[in-house]
Design a protein around this ligand. Structure first.
Ligand code: NAD
Length: 290
């Protein structure tokens, strides 16, 4: 039996692929939006402990570090139901430093731990085409690989525990700063009076072309900011970068600045909009007549 905890935007399609592939999957927390997984053969259980008792491998897909800590070590949590030889795979995007602590605590019980955060968004999850960045021991990686291959396409064993999360933070730095750059460029073009759609089209043929100019640039032009990936979650990822940078005495000035702009986006009510809505925060900063 495989356990799956965290049935949100990403977790639902990921758990669905495991069920469709023929695995018995224990689920928590099933809500109306995830009831279809039970209809397809998933087994709804009452708490995380029950999932861990029933499963050999427990997968987590939760929002943030405190959620993972609570599900693992809180009352009726995963740790209470684990025994030696089991494996936890945390696919959430959380702190690399906390990840190492969680893995160490579980190792004392004889339980293996992989961090395996993903990139590719809701579409990647739905199409089983996620990029998965894995940290942990080789034997645990080999044990998990057949399951990861059901959910993802590009799977890389980066290194030891925490290194998968480090790779994901690096990914989020590039994506966040590129969205900020595209937002500044398109806002500039619009305020300077150019046809922004034509500007994007022209730039897509040159050196400034990128997947983010293509996808998020189009969303900025259309002003369609339904998530996608919520600014609130991206701000969390840049906070993880800031925490790690502090621990390393490392300056990441543009990461810090983009995080501040995300604070501004939340302040004007955009926290649950797609991260391409960063352009609206920039627009607000230079609102004409203010
Ligand atoms: P989400 O908020 O849609 O889903 C999280 C789920 O966890 C929710 O269903 C919530 O009910 C559940 N949950 C929270 N606390 C719980 C608990 N104590 N017990 C059981 N369930 C609990 O978030 P998401 O978009 O699915 O993202 C999940 C993770 O994946 C995040 O770390 C995010 O940064 C990362 N991620 C998201 C995307 C994306 O495009 N949405 C892309 C890559 C990575």
């Amino acid at each position: 039996m495989i356990g799956f905890i965290g049935l949100g935007v990403m977790g639902r399609p990921m758990a669905e692929h495991l069920i469709t592939a023929g695995h018995k999957v224990a689920l928590y927390r099933v809500k109306p939006a995830s009831q279809f997984l039970v209809d397809k053969g998933g087994i709804a259980l009452d708490n995380a402990r029950a999932v861990a008792e029933a499963s050999d491998i427990v997968i987590l897909m939760l929002p943030d570090t405190p959620d993972v800590e609570d599900v693992l070590f809180g009352a009726d949590g995963v740790a209470e139901g684990l025994s030696a030889g089991k494996l936890v795979i945390d696919m959430s995007s959380i702190s690399p430093m906390a990840t190492r602590t969680f893995a160490e605590r579980l190792k004392q019980k004889g339980v293996g731990y992989l961090d395996a955060p993903v990139s590719g968004g809701e579409m990647g999850a739905k199409n089983a085409a996620l990029t998965i960045m894995v940290g942990g021991e080789q034997t645990d990686f080999e044990r998990a690989l057949p399951l990861l291959e059901i959910m993802g396409k590009s799977i890389t064993h980066i290194g030891g525990v925490g290194d998968g999360q480090t790779a994901k933070v690096a990914n989020q730095i590039i994506v966040g700063l590129t969205i900020e750059a595209v937002a500044e460029a398109l806002l500039f073009a619009r305020r300077a009076g150019a046809d922004v759609a034509k500007v994007r089209e022209a730039l897509m043929g040159g050196f400034a072309a990128s997947r983010i100019l293509e996808v998020h640039g189009q969303r900025m032009i259309d002003e369609t900011f339904d998530p996608g990936f919520r600014i609130r979650l991206h701000r969390k990822d840049l906070s993880l970068a800031a925490d790690a940078a502090k621990a390393l005495n490392l300056a990441l000035p543009n990461t810090a600045m983009t995080q501040q702009l995300m604070n501004a986006a939340l302040a004007i009510g955009l926290g649950d909009k797609d991260h391409s809505a960063l352009i609206a925060a920039l627009d607000h900063l230079s609102a004409p007549g203010k």
